[in-house]
Design a protein around this ligand. Sequence first.
Ligand SMILES: NC(=O)C1=CN([C@@H]2O[C@H](COP(=O)(O)OP(=O)(O)OC[C@H]3O[C@@H](n4cnc5c(N)ncnc54)[C@H](OP(=O)(O)O)[C@@H]3O)[C@@H](O)[C@H]2O)C=CC1
Ligand SMILES: Cc1cn([C@H]2C[C@H](O)[C@@H](COP(=O)(O)OP(=O)(O)O[C@H]3O[C@@H](C)C(=O)[C@@H](O)[C@H]3O)O2)c(=O)[nH]c1=O
Ligand SMILES: [Mg+2]
Length: 297
Amino acid sequence: MSRILITGINGQLGFELRRSLAMLGECICLDRQQLDLSRPAGIAAVLDQTQPDIIVNPAAYTAVDKAESEAQLAHTVNAAAPAAMADWAAANNALLLHYSTDYVFDGDKASPYAEDDATNPQSVYGLSKWQGEQAILTSGADHIILRTSWVVGAHGGNFLKTIIRLARERDSLNVVADQIGAPTPAALIADISAHIIKQWQTSQDKTLLGTYHLTSSGSTSWHGYTEFLLALAERYGVALQLKPENLHAIPGSAYPTPAKRPGNSRLNCSKIEGNFGLIMPAWQSGVEQVFQQIFNS
Ligand SMILES: NC(=O)C1=CN([C@@H]2O[C@H](COP(=O)(O)OP(=O)(O)OC[C@H]3O[C@@H](n4cnc5c(N)ncnc54)[C@H](OP(=O)(O)O)[C@@H]3O)[C@@H](O)[C@H]2O)C=CC1
Ligand SMILES: Cc1cn([C@H]2C[C@H](O)[C@@H](COP(=O)(O)OP(=O)(O)O[C@H]3O[C@@H](C)C(=O)[C@@H](O)[C@H]3O)O2)c(=O)[nH]c1=O
Ligand SMILES: [Mg+2]
């Protein structure tokens, strides 16, 4: 039976992974207190002690704007810590399943990004995640890196929850319309992670290893996403202060933030669909399920 170590179990994805991976082996679920990624020097000792065959690492420094002023910490958590996990995995013949982001790209491409398109991170967060990818690649460890985008889940913080909070408090809201991507449920990423691990356990097929894009299908802007959330609130009887006619589309240039976001965050998912025999569901169905989980209980 596999021993599966999961980091960051109180994050959006870590929470769902506990559920999705529970039937695939003995799960060792570690929070920040049990495995602190800001202290990479301590990671090997925890891995020596727990002896996982599979390391699943959803933990990350994800505060995109704050990272601009905490570059050292972002680099430690998002690059140095995965590097330590990868070095241990290489030396101990373990698989590392890691997660990365659309923010490794600059967003200037006109069509969805493929896995081998040139990266060019525009933010400290994006750069730190890219450096994490690079460390894993050069470690020689068996690994799978899943790049996803705009993660949304019932457990943890995300754009959906921020927007519903603001829509309850305000009677007018400006949201960026020239950054496009695909909201992706944490539960979908977790379930696909389970599917991938199962195939690895069954086949140990090294041609499955590598980097994959994994998002919902279709795309929208942050503004389009917000319009959809307001429609869901109407459908499920969630009372808001904000009326749809007072939601305004603005360019990113009118919403200054410390970190620059990509204009195009769309990721082409045909590699994961082809290699693992999957079909990515539409972003709307995933967002609706999360919305129902949070507000319709
Ligand atoms: N959120 C998004 O929109 C996207 C996320 N991703 C990637 O997907 C993965 C999962 O993201 P998501 O679940 O949304 O992230 P969250 O921010 O919801 O969760 C991150 C988790 O990492 C933990 N963590 C942060 N710092 C440390 C540390 N020093 N030591 C140990 N644990 C730490 C947090 O712990 P605590 O609970 O104690 O704070 C939290 O549980 C990440 O790799 C992220 O980069 C990719 C694209 C989009
Ligand atoms: C709250 C708010 C945000 N925005 C804009 C700011 C920004 O351009 C966009 C998204 O805002 P957020 O700060 O919520 O999103 P952000 O934290 O940048 O989300 C990213 O997180 C990391 C972890 C990832 O890996 C990415 O895939 C992506 O999901 O919406 C508005 O225009 N109006 C608003 O009222
Ligand atoms: Mg954020």
